[in-house]
Design a protein around this ligand. Sequence first.
Ligand code: ADP
Length: 482
Amino acid sequence: MKIAMLSSEVVPFAKTGGLADVAGALPKFLSRAGADVRVITPLYRETKKKDLPLRPVSEAIGIDWLGKNDRFTVFEHREDGVTFLFVERDEYFDRDFLYGTPQGDYPDNGERFAFFSKAALETLKSTGFRPDVVHAHDWQSAVTLAFLKFAYDQDPFFAHTRSLLTIHNLAYQGLFDPELLGLIGLPERLLSMEDMEFYGKVSFLKAGILYATAVNTVSPRYSQEIQTPEFGCRLDGLLRRRSASVHGILNGVDYAGWSPATDKFLARPFDPTYIDGKKECKKDVLQVFSLDAGKDDAPLIGMVSRLAGQKGFDILCEALDGIFETGARLVILGTGEEVYHKALTAAREKYPRSFGLKIAFDEAVSHKIYAGCDMFLIPSRYEPCGLTQMYALKYGTIPVVRATGGLEDTVQEYSSAAMTGNGFKFSEYSAAALLGALRKAVSTYRMPVRWRALIQTAMACDFSWDRSAREYIRLYQKLSSF
Ligand code: ADP
């Protein structure tokens, strides 16, 4: 089975969120299961700085771009049995950020990722890698499926190629001005309701949903939710029409990088037979956030998150007084929208002894939070899968989450009577409901024997990629048989 995986971010080369984790780990596990995988991704400034031993795969590759014959170079890097191919185009990708600055998206994102998507297909041809399945992720590579259907439809090279679009977040759709279609070389007739038009714009994600052989989301629950008006972001009608081809496969965790026993970022490694190591990690994280490490019996709540509306920061800000009244302390690591930078910075000034804040993207600090906190809070409005609750569980940090999407699929409510469950959940999207769940968690924390048992249960949860990779292979096989 030959798989061409296209992703706009891949761990360890460039990352803004969960997509990068998935695109870094899934190919490795597919390859272990016997698939031949090429991962294609842009060569960003961030990636160049890593000084990888990159080598150009061939002479510059020709591409028909913006009405001209053009050329670009692709670099190769092999790791864990997977070949990663980096599309170089400095004018598009040699920038400080992947998609935009904190003030907003780069205005030429449509052109940038259309180029990436088309260049990926040219790379496959040029390297002679004829894929059984082109597997595109999110809007940034979804437009590949429009190129396959309308620009390469007569090309015998792709005659037997099927395609899969994975939606990591339906709210990010890649909407651009209609003129873009002609500019990037797609037929202008696609600007119709039956094709890529979306409320006067051209939509890359809609192209993927329409033209992929099948579509999947990153949790079973989210695959159902997006077919409803509440979560469907105005694409629910289309998704309902494609319902038979919409699947849900839960993301996994690459425990090679996410295990408290081997994690190089921790002050003290620990495992289920030595949970006390977690105490050292708690001291360490308190220090990192300049909080008084002497008071380490107070429960410590952690968050690692993009600061975006989706992630529930409005109800969190409303709940802060109540959270600190329980005696708990809170540390947050995140970057994103300026409105939340400001609100959280103001809160930090109000609660200097209980609230630690870092507005940054910092891999090391994120690991310290997963390990050193007692609870991990995710109050998302919606959550396609959510990786952070799965990481937290492995580090014995008990998730307190809103029951939506992948959070609903992976967290089971703790019952002290039955001694079952691995976390605490709330359903209503409100500060009051958040506080209700958090108070339950805090009162359980005050019963050390029960809390310890809950930590053991959490650490035993297994979301390894092996199972999900097998599900992807079954889906690829099904697509190839069409
Ligand atoms: P999303 O993809 O919606 O951002 P996920 O839960 O699927 O949410 O994945 C988030 C990933 O990004 C996790 O690996 C998390 O640790 C990481 N992450 C988010 N914000 C930060 C940050 N500020 N610093 C370091 N890692 C972060």
